[in-house]
Design a protein around this ligand. Structure first.
Ligand SMILES: [Zn+2]
Length: 278
């Protein structure tokens, strides 16, 4: 079956349907991701498929609670510092991302929508910063309530990675949600960063056709030392450090419940949104 990141999004609606959704005060869920190298076993679209899937799950779970929502066209021209040296990792300047987020929010405002929640799957600190700042500029410039969904753990991570970030999570352009409860799936999965067992299991759960399973099974565990991981995140010698472009244990995918990880995260986003709109 062909995969479409337009499934269940505004893209497959007609303009009168979009118009009606705005008149019904629907909130907008905006999937945010990148096109990025994900090891030899996962497709470049992994993060985009994840962001799309999670937004669709959130939409469904909100509808059970009587909240109308639409999923915006997924955004995937994000920032790829860490894996930027690999073929297939498209990267944008932060200014491009900020401008795109602003324009997307401005368009949504003009359609009549008033609340947007940006749900980003990609862990690059510069991606997060540009998206948070894009939401801030949209709030200030268009009047829309655009909020970047983030948890306390990621607020701390960003403040640690980026000097002068000084984020609290309670800014009007952020939605602070509860962090995920770490699940111990074995000795390596807790230290994974990119395209390891966790992401492989998540793709197997929702888009198995994108996984090269025979290749995943052959991949050795790759987990650099902490200081090297910091350099990897910053894109300093990432390709030399991880020539296969993953950090984790792809072959251990069968230890992880990929479905549960997605649905648990979607529940946390839903709880945050329900609290925000009450
Ligand atoms: Zn990823």
């Amino acid at each position: 079956m062909a995969i479409s990141i337009f499934d269940d999004t505004m893209v497959n609606m007609t303009w009168p349907e979009v118009d009606q959704a705005a008149k019904d005060n629907s909130i907008v869920l905006l999937p945010l991701a990148v096109i990025e190298a994900h090891g030899p076993h996962l497709s470049l679209g992994t993060d985009t498929y994840s962001a799309h899937t999670i937004c669709c799950l959130v939409k469904q779970k909100l509808s059970y609670r009587g909240v109308k929502a639409v999923v915006a066209p997924p955004f995937y021209w994000g920032v790829n510092k860490a894996t930027g040296e690999f073929p297939g990792s498209f990267t944008s300047r932060e200014s491009t991302v900020r401008a795109c987020l602003y324009d997307i929010c401005d368009s949504l405002y003009n359609f009549g929508f008033r609340k947007v929640y940006g749900i980003n799957i990609h862990g690059d600190p510069l991606q997060m910063r540009s998206m948070i700042e894009g939401c801030k500029e949209a709030v200030e410039g268009t009047g829309i309530e655009a909020k970047y969904v983030i948890d306390k753990w990621k607020v701390g991570y960003l403040n640690e990675q980026l000097e002068g970030m000084n984020l609290t999570g309670s800014e009007p352009y952020c939605l602070l949600i509860e962090p995920e409860t770490p699940v111990d799936y074995g000795e390596h999965t807790g230290n994974e960063l990119h395209a390891g067992a966790n992401e492989t299991a998540q793709m197997l759960a929702f888009h198995p056709e994108t996984v090269r399973l025979d290749i995943a099974k052959q991949q050795p565990v790759v987990i650099p030392e902490h200081d090297d991981i910091i350099k990897w995140i910053a894109g300093e010698g990432s390709r030399a450090m991880t020539p296969r472009c993953y950090i984790g244990a792809p072959a251990e995918y069968d230890r992880v419940d990929g479905m549960a990880r997605y649905t648990n995260f979607a529940e946390l986003v839903v709880a945050g949104i329900m609290d925000d709109i009450k």
